[in-house]
Design a protein around this ligand. Sequence first.
Ligand SMILES: [Zn+2]
Length: 242
Amino acid sequence: MEHIDPEMLALIALGEPVATSEVERHLDACDECADDLAGLRRAALAGRATLDAGDLERPREVVWERISAELALGTTAGPAAPAPEPSRSATRRRSVGRRRSGRNWGLAAVALLVAGASLGTWAWTRSTAPIEVAQASLAAFPDHPGAEGTAVVEENPDGSRFVRVEVSADAAPDTYREVWLIAPDASELVSLGVLDDDTGTLTVPAGVDLARFPLVDVSQEPVDGDPDHSGDSIVRGELSFS
Ligand SMILES: [Zn+2]
């Protein structure tokens, strides 16, 4: 077996249960890989806890190369390698003192990589999560006693919006439910679409100003081909903005 893959070492250092028995046997037998793992463990600890990790060890060249590639650094960007290396054998002949000069940097980069990956995932999750911008409680009209509902408007990071609507009401045969945004004086309205039984997630068209159409209305529509509001509202409520 060759030396353990640097990414595998990094995962083991982070405490991931990825080591096969073959890998564990290699770690027992190979001082080089065991040293690298010890260094990575300290770096991971430093990256996680921002503690002083003490005497950080520089990993093998190949580990640094992988880190450089991962961080998209140039070959000369590694602090331990101020001049490009003519060849591998030349690298091996380099003095120990020179190799040591970059030790902390090599594993500091691993720690940054580890911390950066976690932070990146976190930031990505946050930046892609929609945020709630408005909500309404929907109250029953007299023809639909006991009906109720909610509407929540959420906005994606790109500015697109959608509304989640839930209605609890007795279903009437041969009808469907349509969601509308209505102006306060009911003089204008925008259809958002049709509910799938009691619920729906519907796009709010770009350019629709919710302040101009703050009423969320769910109507009961006969299957008559008429695109207008039937006049038979089940529930309605006014949006409050977060
Ligand atoms: Zn090894």
